[in-house]
Write a protein that binds this ligand. Structure first.
Ligand code: ADP
Length: 351
C-alpha cells in the first residue's frame, strides 16, 4: 500500500486545500520569495496595462506546492479580473467540444487557467494552438454530408498553464507561451517569512526559532510549510499550552516522522529502495516505483525534485543514483564504488 505522507507537495484532500487557500497571497506585493519571477511578472503586467492589452499567455512550471495556482490567481487579481478566471486541468479536458465551449464563452481579458497542462491529450492540444496564437478555433462538425469546418473568432484571453513537467510539453506548446516562468524551491528565510505570515493569520503564538525550524523542515515548499505549521499547532494545543516552541516543533515532527532535513517516510523509502535494493543505483524510475508500490508520477513529481536539489540523488542516462550524502543521512557507509555526482546532474544546492 502506498505510504501516507504528511509533507506531500500534492494538493491533498479538499479540507487541507481550503485551509491553505485562506493563507495564500492575493497580490504581487504580498508574494514572498521567487523574486526574479515576481519582478518579471510585475513588468509584464505593467507593460500590458499601459498598452491596454491582456497579458500574453503565461507558463508556470515547477514542483507541486510552490505557488503556481496561487500565482495564477494573483495575476488575475492584478489584471482586475479576479472573478473572471476559469480553472480547469489537462486531464479534465477530454474532448475538443468541451474546450470549444469554454473558449467561446471567454470574454476579452478573461483568464483561462489550465493546471497540469502537460497532460492535455494531443487532439485537444492541437485544437488549442490557433486559439492561443490567433484567438481562433477551427471546429469540425460531423454531418450527414461529411465533416464541415467552422471557424470561430475568440475574444483576446490570457491562458495560464501550470506544469510540474515542462519537459513533457511539446516544443510547439511551450513556444506559444510568451511568458515562461520557472518556480524554484524557496530559501529557508523566505519560507520562515511565509510561515510567520500564516501563523499571524491563524493567530498562533510562536517563538521565532520554532517557526524557523518548521521552515527548515519544509522541503523548500510553502504548501508543506503551511501543513506542518498546522500539525505542530495541533500538537502544541493538545500536549502543551498551545504556544509553539523548539521543543513542541521537534516532538510534533518526530511523531510525523519528519527528520532534520525535512525528509519524510516516502523520501527515506525512496533512498532505501535505491540503496538497499539497487545498491545505490543506477536504477530506473519504473523499477523504483515497482519496488516501492508507488506511482511513478508521484516519485518524479513529489519525491525526486527535492532529493536532486539537496544533492542526495543524481539522474544519469542509466538511471537514478544515490550519492554518498544520502548513504550518510541514512546512517550507512557509502561503498567505494558509488560514483561522485556529475556536476550537471546536481541542483543548485539549497542548504
Ligand atoms: P501549486 O499550484 O504550485 O501546486 P499552490 O499555488 O496550490 O501550488 O500553493 C500551495 C499553497 O502554498 C497555497 O495555497 C498557499 O497557501 C501557499 N503558497 C504558495 N505560494 C506562496 C507564497 N509565495 N507565499 C505564501 N504562501 C504561498
Amino acid at each position: 500500500m502506498p505510504l501516507e505522507r504528511v509533507i506531500s507537495g500534492d494538493a491533498g484532500d479538499e479540507r487541507e486545500e481550503r485551509a491553505n487557500w485562506a493563507l495564500r497571497p492575493r497580490r504581487l506585493d504580498e508574494c514572498i520569495g521567487q523574486r526574479q519571477v515576481i519582478e518579471q511578472l510585475r513588468i509584464a503586467l505593467a507593460a500590458a496595462e499601459q498598452r491596454h492589452e491582456p497579458l500574453e499567455h503565461v507558463l508556470l512550471d515547477g514542483p507541486p506546492g510552490l505557488g503556481k495556482t496561487t500565482l495564477a490567481h494573483v495575476i488575475a487579481e492584478e489584471m482586475g479580473v479576479a472573478d473572471r478566471i476559469r480553472v480547469t486541468s489537462g486531464p479534465a479536458i477530454v474532448k475538443q467540444g468541451e474546450l470549444m465551449s469554454t473558449l467561446t464563452n471567454l470574454e476579452a481579458g478573461d483568464i483561462l487557467f489550465i493546471d497540469e497542462i502537460h497532460r492535455l491529450n494531443r487532439v485537444v492540444e492541437e485544437f488549442l494552438y490557433p486559439a492561443m496564437e490567433d484567438f481562433r478555433v477551427d471546429f469540425t462538425i460531423e454531418s450527414g454530408l461529411g465533416g464541415r469546418t467552422v471557424n470561430f473568432q475568440l475574444a483576446r484571453f490570457t491562458l495560464i498553464g501550470a506544469t510540474t513537467r515542462t519537459g513533457m510539453l511539446t516544443a510547439a506548446m511551450r513556444e506559444r507561451f510568451g511568458l515562461r516562468y520557472h518556480l524554484d524551491f524557496y530559501e529557508p528565510g523566505d519560507l520562515a517569512e511565509i510561515i510567520r505570515g500564516s501563523a499571524g493569520k491563524l493567530e498562533i503564538e510562536a517563538e521565532p526559532d520554532a517557526l524557523r525550524m518548521i521552515a527548515e523542515r519544509s522541503r523548500g515548499t510553502p504548501r508543506v510549510a503551511n501543513r506542518l505549521l498546522r500539525r505542530v499547532r495541533d500538537y502544541a494545543q493538545v500536549r502543551s499550552d498551545g504556544r509553539l516552541t523548539i521543543g513542541t516543533v521537534e516532538s510534533a515532527l518526530a511523531i510525523e516522522e519528519i527528520d532534520g532535513l525535512g525528509l519524510d517516510k516516502l523520501d527515506r523509502a525512496f533512498l532505501r529502495a535505491l540503496i538497499e535494493t539497487y545498491t545505490g543505483g543506477p536504477a530506473g524510475i519504473e523499477a523504483l516505483a515497482a519496488t516501492m508500490s508507488q506511482e511513478r508520477d508521484t516519485l518524479e513529481d513529489v519525491v525526486e525534485p527535492f532529493l536532486l536539489q539537496i544533492g542526495f540523488v543524481t539522474r544519469t542516462p542509466r538511471g537514478r543514483c544515490a550519492t554518498p550524502k544520502a548513504f550518510e543521512h541514512l546512517g550507512m557507509t557509502p561503498p567505494a564504488a558509488v560514483p561522485p555526482p556529475a556536476e550537471s546532474d546536481k541542483g543548485p544546492g539549497l542548504f
